[in-house]
Design a protein around this ligand. Structure first.
Ligand SMILES: Nc1ncnc2c1ncn2[C@@H]1O[C@H](COP(=O)(O)OP(=O)(O)OP(=O)(O)O)[C@@H](O)[C@H]1O
Ligand SMILES: [Mg+2]
Length: 108
């Protein structure tokens, strides 16, 4: 059973197009579920930085993140970084600047 969240419309609506959105919240309040629900069926690239293998790949070469985002197909509408606090270099301006080339969509 999925309970609809008020944030859904704001994250998917025009106001979020070509924007970086940060979703903060206390533990176990449904952040990951919300993002998965919103992005299911969209052409989205999700990085789960809780996944040790993903984190190790980025730690080995911090430029990997930007490279992978730049390599996304034109059809990609959103990039999701879950648990972004686990890999601070993803916050840098150069990483974020790779995203505006993406067409309309919600980035979180
Ligand atoms: N919209 C929802 N409707 C119903 N159940 C939900 C919903 N969102 C979350 N839950 C329940 O709450 C649990 C925790 O959700 P989730 O893992 O998304 O939280 P989180 O905020 O990402 O947690 P963490 O801070 O630990 O990463 C889920 O396993 C699910 O059982
Ligand atoms: Mg989570």
């Amino acid at each position: 059973m999925y309970y609809r969240r008020h944030l859904e419309d704001r994250l998917t609506g025009p106001v979020s197009r070509n924007k970086v959105r940060l979703l903060f919240g206390a533990r176990q309040t449904g952040k990951t579920w919300l993002l998965r629900r919103l992005l299911a069926g969209q052409d989205t690239r999700a990085f789960d930085l809780q996944d040790t293998a993903v984190r190790r790949r980025f730690e080995a070469d911090p430029a990997t993140f930007s490279r992978e985002v730049r390599a996304l197909p034109r059809s990609a509408t959103s990039v999701v970084l879950d648990e972004i606090q686990r890999f601070p270099p993803c916050w840098t301006r150069s990483s974020v600047c790779t995203m505006p080339r993406l067409p309309a969509g919600s980035s979180t």
